[in-house]
Design a binder for this molecule. Structure first.
Ligand SMILES: [Zn+2]
Length: 327
C-alpha cells in the first residue's frame, strides 16, 4: 500500500460525510441539546453558537416546525475548506418543506447552522380559479395587510401550498401594531378583536385549548394554533388561524352565517404577535389542501370601495356591511 493511498484512506475516514451531517441533525433535533453540548458534541465554541443556550434556542426554533416526517433530499458540498450539509425535509407543522443547512469543519464539528423555508412560490394550477363563495372580510373595523397577494415578495405564504394566497391581518395605529413596548398580547391593537364568519357555512374543524404565545418569543410547536375551518358547501373551505385560546364560540357541526362572530383574534401557534391568518382552500385538511385565490367582496381598500378584489401587502382594508352592501 502506497503512502498516498494510506493518507487518502485516513482523510476519507475523518472528513465529514453525509452520515456526519445526519448525526449533527439528530443532535439538533434531540431534546437534549444542552447536555450534548456539555458532554462535548464536537462543536466549535466562538462560532455561531457561543453557548449551549444559543444552540438550544436554535434547536427549539427547528423543532417548532414539528417532527421530520420525511427526507426529501440531502447533500454535502465543500466550500473554502468547509463542509456544507443541506437537508430538505417534510415536517409535521409546515405543509411544504423545511431546509436545514449545517456548516462543519474538516473534523465534522459544527460551526454554523441555518434553517429556512423553500422560498420559491408554490406552483399553482388555481391562478385563474374563480371562487363560488362570496367572502367578506372575516373581521370588523379596519385592518392592515401584513402579507397578502400573489407574489413571494408580497406574500410570505406563497411558498406553501395551502397558504398560497393567504392573508395575515393586523391592526396598526401610527405605523405600529402595539402600545408601549408590546410585551403583552393585550398591548396589541389586534388582540381579542372579533372574528366573524366570512360566509355562510358549517364548521368542520374547531381546535381550541392552545395557549397564546408571549409576543416576540419563540412560538409554540403548532402551526395555526387554535383554528376554525368552515365548509362553504361549494367545495371551498376557509381557515382562520392563531385564534385566542378559549375564544371559539362555535363547534364542529355548527352552522354559521356570514358576519356572525365566531372567535377572537389571538396569538397561538406559529405567531409572534396577535394577528389573523385567513385563507381559502379546496379541502378541509390544510395539510393536503391547495390554496385558492382569496377574492373578497365589498370592502374598502385604501379609501376606495372595491366590489371584488384580492387584498395585497400594505393595503388598509375594512369591510362594507349593511346598507348598500351586496350579499
Ligand atoms: Zn399567516
Amino acid at each position: 500500500m502506497s503512502v498516498a493511498l494510506v493518507l487518502s484512506l485516513v482523510l476519507a475516514q475523518s472528513a465529514p460525510s453525509l452520515a456526519t451531517g445526519r448525526a449533527n441533525v439528530k443532535l439538533i433535533r434531540s431534546g437534549d441539546v444542552v447536555k450534548a453540548w456539555n458532554k462535548s458534541l464536537g462543536m466549535v465554541p466562538g462560532q455561531q453558537f457561543t453557548s449551549a443556550a444559543a444552540l438550544h434556542r436554535f434547536a427549539m426554533g427547528v423543532r417548532s416546525y414539528g417532527e421530520e416526517t420525511k427526507l426529501v433530499s440531502e447533500g454535502l458540498g465543500v466550500k473554502d475548506g468547509l463542509y456544507i450539509y443541506r437537508r430538505v425535509s417534510g415536517v409535521s407543522n409546515w405543509a411544504r418543506g423545511f431546509v436545514l443547512e449545517l456548516t462543519m469543519d474538516e473534523k465534522g464539528r459544527l460551526l454554523a447552522a441555518s434553517m429556512s423555508l423553500p422560498n420559491d412560490e408554490a406552483p399553482t394550477t388555481y391562478g385563474a380559479y374563480k371562487a363560488l363563495v362570496k367572502l367578506r372580510l372575516p373581521l370588523e373595523d379596519t385592518w392592515h395587510v401584513l402579507w397578502g397577494g400573489r407574489s413571494w415578495e408580497d406574500n410570505r405564504h406563497a411558498s406553501v401550498s395551502d397558504m398560497r394566497f393567504a392573508l395575515d391581518l393586523l391592526q396598526r395605529e401610527k405605523g405600529t401594531s402595539a402600545r408601549g413596548k408590546g410585551l403583552e398580547n393585550d398591548d396589541y391593537f389586534a388582540w381579542n378583536q372579533p372574528v366573524v364568519a366570512p360566509a355562510d357555512g358549517v364548521i368542520v374543524v374547531a381546535e381550541d385549548g392552545i395557549a397564546d404565545n408571549v409576543p416576540n418569543k419563540a412560538p409554540g410547536g403548532n402551526l395555526y394554533g387554535n383554528l376554525l375551518v368552515i365548509d362553504h358547501g361549494t367545495d371551498e373551505f376557509t381557515l382562520l388561524g392563531h385564534l385566542k385560546k378559549g375564544s371559539l364560540s362555535v363547534r364542529v357541526g355548527d352552522r354559521v352565517t356570514k358576519g356572525q362572530r365566531i372567535a377572537r383574534v389571538g396569538n397561538s401557534g406559529m405567531s409572534t404577535e396577535p394577528h389573523l391568518h385567513f385563507q381559502l382552500m379546496d379541502t378541509k385538511d390544510w395539510r393536503t389542501a391547495h390554496g385558492l385565490p382569496l377574492v373578497i367582496v365589498d370592502f374598502v381598500r385604501n379609501g376606495t370601495l372595491v366590489d371584488r378584489g384580492e387584498p395585497r401587502r400594505g393595503d388598509i382594508i375594512s369591510p362594507v356591511v349593511g346598507v348598500g352592501a351586496r350579499d
